[in-house]
Write a new protein. Structure first.
Lengths: 337, 166
């Protein structure tokens, strides 16, 4: 069928051992293996390469959800999307994150795939997600084996899309990432984790490990939602993702964040929404105004195909997300469940 | 089993109740091990890249994709394949229901469908039709025979079958 290239394997049991193994490895030759649902098919198709895998399945800390200060929740990077989408704390307090986890791919893939892997998911483009033979016929592209972009022929930067489900709701929830390396720990907001180059769309250093995703406690009155556009009801990667967090106090919007993903390499946080919504009720007119702003700010490319359809759906998907927000309950209410 | 530099790694598994000890290269997938080393060819390699679900087997009771599973990553696991569903020559109730409902056309997706359904009904023995549809969403049938497959699983979930599931 599609054999994998020869690989070496190690299975450390602590974070210190993982980062030491990363530091010893040759960048580009060493890859982390958690669920393997992105890495293994990409290795089979030759769109990425590796000589040595570091398995994360034996590092207990990466598989756990831990309560943090100020009612935050720390989700280990190797927690599966299936477990994340069912966890009662996540479902109650970060419903958009749980919903995104439940929308990924298929049941089997969600039982294997991890939250950390979803954040580090390789970008996708219809000129890249192909066999080596197919890509070779076009002469490669900016992301692999070439120097041209087939989506934007004059472009000098890869525009492959971040097609993961969880980044948009994590950005909308204000989540932070805890990273580790032999140089020490660091924390970064999810929004700042991504970089605007589809060839490598995140800022994780070659020797760094994503340890935990920290979900901050939602403010009182928070409502959140997530919707995605897909060709079929299961398995497919999203063609658009929309996440929203709205804080409502006495029927009036106090804060609003809307993030649209699967456009380019970085999920896009819509600008200028405060002027449209803050101080007003979240009624049909305000929802329509936010949707119109989304249409003006989001311009799907041909990276995933169907650019005109995706452009037409931006506004309805944003409106639908704002119509179907769910309450993010306070920690006390969650603990009663 | 700790580390390797491209050499073989010894892995212990339980496959359909039998202890299996094998030295495998790290790039060996579970689908390859089952089919080529253990001759359990009920695990089908359809797309071989995680899209189709034909290679679905149970890993510690969870329906997962054997084509994307590295054997070295599941050392110590318990594996169930379609070959292990029958008990003493009697079909599993889901297998019997697939026969009764004509739920196989070409049959290539059937082992994966069965194992997804087994895991679903173990967790949710009285699963509704919608839950069955969601539970089988990761298994493609290219004959598009979904209705009879879902009918068969629903019949077992409703208890139409006289024999209890093991």
């Amino acid at each position: 069928m599609q054999p994998l290239p020869p690989l070496a394997w190690s299975a450390p049991t602590t974070i210190d051992e993982v980062v030491a193994a990363l530091a010893e490895g040759v960048p580009g030759e060493v890859r982390l293996h958690a669920g393997g649902t992105d890495l293994v098919p990409n290795l089979k198709r030759g769109v990425t390469s590796a000589r040595r895998l570091i398995g994360l399945g034996r590092v207990a800390e990466l598989q756990e959800l831990v309560d943090g200060p100020a009612d935050a929740l720390g989700v280990g990077a190797a927690v599966t999307l299936d477990d994340l989408g069912r966890d009662p704390r996540v479902v109650a307090r970060w419903p958009a994150v749980a919903e995104a986890a439940r929308q990924v791919a298929s049941p089997q893939l969600r039982r294997m795939a991890t939250l950390g892997g979803n954040l580090c998911l390789d970008t996708r483009c219809r000129f890249y997600d192909q066999s080596a033979f197919w890509r070779g016929a076009l002469g490669g592209c900016l992301k692999a084996d070439g120097d041209a972009c087939h989506v934007v022929p004059t472009g000098r930067k890869c525009v492959a899309a971040c097609c993961a489900d969880t980044p948009a709701p994590l950005i909308a929830a204000g989540a932070e990432l805890e990273l580790a390396s032999v140089r020490g720990p660091r924390r970064v907001h999810v929004a700042d984790f991504f970089a605007g180059d589809g060839a490598r769309n995140h800022t994780l250093a070659p020797d760094e490990l994503l340890v935990r995703v920290w979900l901050p406690a939602p403010a009182p009155g928070t409502r959140a939602g997530y919707q995605r556009l897909r060709r079929r009801g299961a398995i497919d990667f999203p063609l658009l993702t929309v996440a929203a967090t709205v804080v409502v106090e006495r029927d009036v919007v106090r804060a609003v964040t809307v993030v649209v993903g699967a456009l380019g390499a970085v999920p896009r946080r819509l600008r200028g929404l405060d002027a449209l919504a803050v101080g007003r009720p979240l009624d049909a007119a305000v929802r329509a105004a936010i949707a119109a702003a989304a249409t003006r700010q989001c311009h799907p490319l041909d990276n995933l195909g169907d650019a005109a359809w995706r452009q037409a759906v931006v506004a309805p998907l944003v409106r639908r997300t704002l119509e179907a927000l769910e309450p993010a309950t306070a920690p006390d209410a969650a603990s009663l469940r | 089993m700790r580390s390797s530099d491209g050499s073989l790694i010894e892995v212990h598994l339980t496959v359909n109740g039998d202890a299996v000890r094998r030295a495998v290269p790290p790039e060996r997938t579970l689908a390859e091990l089952l089919r080529e080393d253990l001759l359990l060819t009920g695990c089908k390699q359809g797309c071989d890249q995680g899209d189709c679900g034909a290679c679905t087997v149970l890993v510690d009771g969870r329906a997962q994709l054997a084509c994307l599973t590295l054997v070295v990553a599941i050392d110590g696991a318990t594996i169930e394949t379609v070959e292990g569903l029958q008990q003493r020559g009697r079909l599993h109730p889901l297998q019997a229901a697939f026969v009764a409902h004509g739920a196989a056309q070409c049959g290539f997706c059937t082992p994966g469908m069965l194992l997804s359904a087994v895991a679903l009904l173990r967790a949710s023995p009285r699963a509704s039709r919608d839950e069955i549809r969601a539970g089988l969403a990761g298994n493609l049938c290219r004959c598009t025979g979904y209705v009879k497959i879902i009918d068969a699983v629903e019949a077992v979930a409703r208890g139409d079958d006289e024999e209890p599931a093991p």
